[in-house]
Ligand binder design. Sequence first.
Ligand SMILES: [Fe+2]
Ligand SMILES: [Fe+2]
Length: 178
Amino acid sequence: MPGAFLSDIQTLRKRAREHIAQGAVTPGYHADRDVVIKLLNEALATEIICTLRYKRHYHMAKGIHAESVAAEFQEHASEEQQHADQIAERITQLGGAPDFSPDGLASRSHAEYVEGDTLEEMIKEDLVAERIAIDSYREMINYLGQNDSTSRRMLEEILAKEEEHADDLATLLEGLAH
Ligand SMILES: [Fe+2]
Ligand SMILES: [Fe+2]
């Protein structure tokens, strides 16, 4: 009997009419919204820092005629930028404000902005940053659990992409060694 654990139609309808200014956030939202917004803003900072680092690496690698590596950096830069937009959109859906302020950006980010002097150093630093992102996304996903499945699903998609990035970089690094 579904009634035992699902809300009945009257309750669903009544609840949906309450606090309609909150848009997508209904009384059935069980996560701590302030915490989720704070976590998403940290993820946003991470994606912005990663975009900037990959852009720097793209231009530097081009300068030393490492075209195929440069192309990979460019691709990652644009994917990190897409992640930043997805996260910012979710923050506004939750009634929060995405933090794009350059002040404190590097300290809000999980991953670091390291320039790197050689191609190898750039790839290594990018790989470290991806591995940081992978772990922090995994923790966020576990934290959200069933309480905010939309944010969780978005983070799961982003996590899969970061794993792909890390794998790309490990392959590039291996290629350099030979
Ligand atoms: Fe990303
Ligand atoms: Fe990435």
